[in-house]
Every structure is written in C-alpha cells, then in structure tokens.
Design a binder for this molecule. Structure first.
Ligand code: DGJ
Length: 563
C-alpha cells in the first residue's frame, strides 16, 4: 500500500504553490484542481428557472448540500444580467456565490447568452426587438428564426460585452474560489436547416474553407473523427477550396461550415471568460441520440463527430461535453472521452441510476464529473440512491483522484441488458457481475426492475484491490482457469442436475483465493479504516466479494495464491 500513499502525497501536497482552479494532467487523465487538489464534480444542474430569484437560490442550496452534491451548475441569464443595454445587475450571481459558500458548495456558471438550446430566448428584450442590428438566422426559404445569427459582429459584441461585465464582477467578487468553471452558451446549434441561410451566412459560405481548418485536419489526421476524415480524404484531402470542393455537397457539409463559425464565436467568448477569471471553460452539446439529420437535431453544436472542427476553431475551449438524456450512456461517454477531450457531463437525465453512473465515468473514463439535470427536483429522502452514491463517492474521492490516468482503475456499469464485465488485470481475470445474476436472488426473475449497478475496481498493489460501488459481485481468478459453468446455490450446493460435465477443467498452475475482505472507510489522506470483516455467507464462503443493490460500500480485498 505504501506507494499509494506516496501517490496521494504527490497529488495533494502541492497546495499553496498552485494557482486556484485549473486543469492538470495526471498520466492520461485531465483533472480539475482547486488550489492544487483534484476536485471531482459530484454535481447537479438547476432547472432553467430556479436561479431567477435570490430567494429561490437561497432556498435550494441547503437541499443540494443534503443530497451530498459538492458542486452546483447555475445559469447566468443574459436578460436578467443586462435588463437595459449597458446596465448590469449582478444580484443573482452574488446570491449564488453567497448561498453556495454558506452551504459548502462550489458552483459552475452557465452563460445563457446569445443561445440556449439553439434559441436566443435568454437574450434581453432590447436585443430581440432590435433585429435589424442583431439579425436572425434564416432558413433556406428566408424564414427568420428566434436564433441570433452567428455571422453578425453586432451579436457577438453585445454578447461579449455582457459576458465581460459579469465575468469581471465574478473575478472581483469570488475571492474564495467558489466558482470552478464557466460554460459558454448552452447547447448551441442550428435548427430547421443544417446551416444559417441569411445573406451574411451565404457570404461566409462562398468564402470557402478557412485554411486554419485544413491545416488542423492535416496535423491531426490520425485522430480525426472517422466520418470527417473519410469525407475530407475521399476528395483528395484538399487544403483549400469551397466547402463543397473540400467536403462534398449536402447537409453534412453545411453542418461542418456552421460548426466552424459557432465554434469560432464560442472560442472567442471562452478565451475572454478565461482571461478575466482564470477559470476553465467548456461547451455542452445536445446529442443526436435519435438518428436524425442536422437541423432536425441542433446542427453544428459541439458534437462528437464535429470535435475536430470545434478544436480547430475554438482552441480556448477546454472541453466539449455531452448532455446525456436518451439511451446509449456508455457509448456517449466513450465518444466524449478521447485523448484530446477530457470527459465532463454537465447534464444527464436525473434518475436513481446517477450514483452508479458517477462511479462508472470517474473510474472508466477519468471523468471530471457528472451532473444530473434539474437536480433540485430529486427525491429528498436520504435513502435516494444518488444521494447515497454521492456520499460514498465523496469519501472515495482521494483514491479515485490518485488513480485516475494511471492505468490502475476500471469503472463498471451494469444493468439488465449488460450483466457482466470481464477485466484482465496483471495475472488475474476479474469477473464483475450484476448482483441479480446470483441465482438465489428472487428479484432477478420476478419482474422486479434491475437497479443500475456501478462501481470501480482499483488495484492498490499486486493482488490487493478496492471494490467500491453498488450491486456488484466480483470474482478473482487465475486467467488460465476455466470457470465452473454450473450455478451454485447460496449454500454452495450445485443446482439439481447441473453437476456432471459442468466441472471446471483444471489447467491452471495456481488458484486465487480471498484473504481478508474488509468493508472500509476511506480517510481524507487515502488511508483505510476497517468498518467490518466480510466472510462466510457474505463472501459465498470465500468464492466472491459482493455489494448488494441497496448498498453503496467500499471493500478492501487481499488475494492469495495456492496450488
Ligand atoms: C438540455 C438543456 O441544456 C437544459 O437547459 C434543459 O433545457 C434540458 N435539456 C431539458 O429540460
């Protein structure tokens, strides 16, 4: 275990030297750090209208603290920040900082500026009414949309001025570093058509592909999204030309064009937010999880298939982040965790599975954090699974932070459709199964819904592991051993008629057994305090370790070998 403590000392021992909030690399991971210490966002985002009165902000924060959040994502509304052109009101930002501090919470501020879910509904009325100065995006048929046109410098300047005003105020007011990050706009994207067809947009389209984009594509050819790479290479990897020359005709190319301009705009705003506050900045995406065409979903946002265009046009943006509402949780997280993009999930559908999902993304994808949307509407019971999961993760945080990016941790997420994960790890086969795969748990087959199971498996040292999470059964075996196929009852008896032919074929040199299995508490310095020993029935007489679907626990497991 000693080397682990050394890790922790390295990770946590730099306070004082470091700048306040920054992203730092640790191995292959990028971590958010506060005064030099990793900060895992166990977050929640407020519903859109909750932060519109100081009273409501003060009312909601203590509840979020009780849910064991450590970070709240709070909108900053342009219309309420600049009700009259050039006149600013920071009441809501001040109330947010004060209420967060009073409840020991950090905040991430979301700039609902020119765009919120594609639309410009949070722009102030003086801006909306002055559509000649602040023009709208147009459909191909010339219909104006309630979407400010990204091709207008006046739109950009108005948005920028407002952001500069509140970001400067934040920099001066937030000496306690309550704010951790800034989100630029919210779910940017064009609707109805893949691109804006206003006169200014058409002019930009006719100007052709900016050379910075093709230079970026050439430089990062190997990491490009396969679809973008194929479209570019199939036309000869051209370095210049019209959008159609370089990428072909069609709405995919229209989306690339639009993404370049949205990203360029958001990148310039992001650079300014960073310059004024020193905080990391990110953008969030409405995913095309329903297989639609660009424009049927918000076209050109920071989507995984457009990551290269966003990176090229917006180098100041630290992360492209997915808002995950539909199916495909594991797939989306994998698409947004790439060598050039750390994973942060600013929005995910609020549900009891969020605790299990948090373990998975922190362990498997070295995520910076996760944040269910409209979190204040969660059940208030202390038994709510997300509340309990967050409590357990707060305690586990020193170990997770120490192991991210080091190749010593895996995350697991299992449900009724995906019941088992097999991990090959340094001379071991580790089989992690959903708790309901135990043949004696009646809930597995009586129609009960399978609660989400999730956790992390951390190798502390050879043959020494942390198993943490909920709803898991974990077996450790020599990889050469062929597992017995037969099901054993809780008492260890083989299922009737299941014995012959189902015997293990013995071909291994040694077997793996369980040493002490301990439920532990993780102390802030990463050391472990034993809470109780598990053996006998609780380890199936030494065959596995497990955590029930109704529990969140951290187990410390030592293994041994015998012949
Ligand atoms: C995603 C948006 O980013 C949120 O602000 C909210 O509108 C949710 N969708 C849906 O309620």
């Amino acid at each position: 275990m000693r080397y682990l403590y050394l890790f922790l000392a390295l990770v946590t021992g730099v306070a004082g030297v470091a700048a306040q909030v920054e992203l730092r690399r640790q191995g292959t991971a990028v971590q958010l750090t506060v005064d030099g210490r990793p900060w895992t966002v166990l977050g929640g985002e407020l519903g859109n209208s909750t932060a519109s009165s100081a009273e409501a902000i003060r009312e909601v924060m203590p509840r979020l603290r009780m849910m064991n959040l450590n970070t709240v994502l709070v909108p900053v509304y342009w219309d309420m920040t600049e009700p009259r052109e050039g006149e600013y009101d920071f009441t809501l930002i001040d109330a947010t900082l004060e209420a967060a501090r009073a409840n020991d919470l950090k905040v991430i501020l979301l700039w609902f500026g020119a765009w919120k879910n594609s639309m410009s509904c949070y722009a102030p009325l003086w801006f909306k009414e002055n559509y000649r100065k602040y023009p709208r995006a147009m459909t191909a048929q010339g219909k104006p949309l309630e979407i400010a046109s990204v091709f207008s410098d006046d739109v950009y300047r108005a948005d920028l001025r407002a952001l500069q005003a509140w970001a400067s105020h934040l920099a001066a007011a937030d000496t306690a570093h309550t704010a951790l990050m800034i989100q630029i706009e919210n779910e940017i994207g064009m609707l109805e058509n893949a691109r804006d067809h206003s006169a200014a947009a058409d002019r930009a389209y006719r100007a052709g592909v900016p050379r910075e984009l093709t230079v970026h594509l050439r430089k990062h050819r190997e990491e490009l999204h396969p679809r973008l790479r194929e479209r570019w290479e199939s036309r000869g990897s051209r370095m210049e030309g019209s959008w159609e020359d370089v990428f072909g005709a069609g709405d995919e190319t229209d989306e690339y064009f639009m993404a370049w301009y949205y990203a360029n705009y958001a990148g310039r705003l992001g650079a300014e937010a960073k310059r004024l506050t020193g905080l990391p900045v990110y953008v969030n995406a409405a995913l095309n999880s329903r297989g639609r065409r660009p424009g049927e979903y918000p076209s050109a946002g920071p989507l995984a298939h457009l990551k290269d265009i966003w990176h090229a046009a917006a180098p100041a943006i630290d992360m492209l982040s997915p808002d995950i509402y539909d199916s495909g949780f594991r797939g989306w997280t994998a698409q947004y965790h790439t060598a050039d993009n750390p994973l942060f999930i600013p929005e995910i559908r609020r549900e009891a599975a969020n605790g299990a999902q948090a373990y998975y993304v922190l362990g498997e994808h070295d995520a910076i954090g996760i944040s269910p949307f409209s979190v204040e509407n969660s059940p208030t019971s202390p038994h709510y699974a997300t509340t309990r999961g967050y409590a357990a993760l707060r305690e586990l945080q020193p170990l997770i932070a120490a192991h991210q990016g080091r190749g010593t941790m895996r995350g697991v997420y299992l449900d009724a459709d995906s019941t088992e994960l097999v991990i090959a790890d340094e001379g071991l086969r580790i089989t992690v199964s959903h708790y309901f795969t135990l043949p004696w748990d009646p809930r597995a087959r009586d129609g009960s819904p399978w609660p989400a199971a999730g956790g992390v498996i951390i190798r502390l040292a050879p043959d020494e592991y942390i198993v943490a999470g909920t709803g898991l059964v974990v077996k450790f075996e020599d990889p050469a051993e062929v597992s017995a196929a037969r099901a054993l009852g809780e008492d260890g008896f083989a299922a009737a008629g299941g014995a012959a032919g189902a015997e293990s074929r013995w071909q291994s040199k040694s077997r793996v057994g369980l040493g002490p299995v301990r439920a532990v508490r993780v102390e802030p310095d990463g050391s472990l305090t034993e809470l109780r020993r598990y053996n006998g029935d609780e380890t199936h007489q030494g065959r596995h370790v497990r955590i029930g679907v109704d529990d969140f626990e951290t187990l410390h497991v030592k293994l041994y070998r015998y012949k």
